[in-house]
Design a protein around this ligand. Structure first.
Ligand code: MRU
Length: 352
């Protein structure tokens, strides 16, 4: 299995996703600041992977702090959490993971527990998030595989695979599970300009697993759909608002509209940590603007005239009306989502 991120005695090790697919290399973040840098520079990316990386960043901060007591460490923890939270604004998993770590710290600190015990508990929580993420992906796969055709083309956008999670993947997890059940799926991977997560990462991951895959330029999807080559679309998500609107990689909205026009189901696979019930609709989701150089340059070469205006939002919002179903580890939801998301939250709480 691909090792996207791992806790090691030296720090948090990441497969360097900026160098794939040509080079499979690893970097080790030895401080929480280096973890934050890895998130900003997209060495590690994908909503669930970012969340768990931040949790390990906090555990790392606790491990190497010079503080001797929880009270001494508390202001440092605030700085660490603020620093990690400022890396990328859209994927809610980041904030979910940071909050979860704070909730471990607060009662232990209030109870005057020794810092060594708190360190262990913080690391155990990060490990738990890692394991839960893989289990959630497997559960999404089990639920979602039924929705895919026994045979045919499935289009995906960006990379919502093992590289975007702690393993197995969300959208690609659904595809993997369908293939494991014997379904004959051919994956069509949008290249995903400008960062090329589809062309570089999804294609690499699927080829490593022997799953048939074809890369297409983003502007090719409509004609493939019209030609009858796509039977379903499955994508991941960075944040799902309470009404079911979905923020995901820029270009997802285009795909959703095209799928509707061609009568093709559009599925979104995401763990519960991606659902943000505190955000009412997609309009309130903050959308990250990435550096212009990702659009103006490719492989170190300039593509556009110097000084031209550039717009580079990393994500867009697909209104829930285009979503055929949300695939979560707790089951499948079909719009209207608002009430059912809240109900599932209660069910989840009862299970938890
Ligand atoms: O900018 P990225 O590469 O972090 O964007 C990733 C995506 O948009 C994924 O589709 C999303 O995080 C879901 S990953 C399981």
């Amino acid at each position: 299995m691909i090792s996207t991120l791992a806790w090691t005695p030296e720090g948090v090790r990441f497969i360097d996703q900026t160098r794939l697919p040509l080079e499979e290399s690893y970097v080790v973040a030895a401080t929480w600041e280096e973890v934050a840098r890895a998130i900003v520079t997209m060495v590690v990316r994908g909503a669930p992977a970012i969340g768990v990386s931040a949790a390990y960043g906090i555990a790392l901060g606790a491990k190497i702090t010079g503080a001797r007591t929880a009270a001494e460490f508390a202001p440092e923890l605030e700085r660490i959490c603020a620093g990690l939270a400022s890396t990328r604004p859209t994927a809610v998993n980041l904030f979910w993971a940071i909050d979860r770590m704070k909730q471990i710290f607060a009662p232990l600190a209030a109870a005057g527990k020794p810092l060594d015990e708190i360190r262990e508990r913080l690391l155990a929580e990060a490990h738990a998030m890692y394991d839960e993420d893989i289990s959630a992906c497997k559960a999404m796969g089990a639920h979602g595989a039924d929705l895919l055709p026994d045979e045919g083309g499935v289009l995906t956008h960006c990379n919502a695979g093992a590289l975007a999670t702690c393993g197995y993947g969300t959208a690609l997890g659904v595809i993997r599970a369908a293939v494991e059940r014997g379904k004959r799926i051919h994956v069509y991977a949008d290249e995903t300009r400008p960062f090329l997560q589809g062309a570089r990462l999804t294609a690499w991951e699927l080829m490593a697993d022997g799953i048939p895959a074809t890369v297409l330029c983003d502007n090719t999807a409509a004609s493939l759909m019209r030609a009858g080559r796509i039977q379903a679309v499955v994508v991941g998500a960075d944040r799902i608002a309470a009404n079911g609107d979905v923020a995901n990689k820029i270009g997802t909205y285009n795909v959703a509209i095209l799928a509707r026009e061609h009568g093709i189901p559009f599925y979104v696979a995401a763990p519960w940590s991606t659902i943000d019930l505190a955000t009412g609709t997609g309009d309130a989701i903050p959308i990250e603007e990435r550096p212009a150089i990702e659009v103006t340059h490719h492989g170190g070469r300039q593509l556009t005239p110097r000084g031209v205006g550039i717009v580079n939002p990393a994500f867009d919002v697909t209104p829930v009306k285009y979503v055929t179903a949300l695939i979560t580890e707790r089951g499948i939801l079909r719009p209207p989502c608002s009430g059912s998301l809240r109900q599932m939250e209660l069910v989840g709480a009862a299970w938890g």
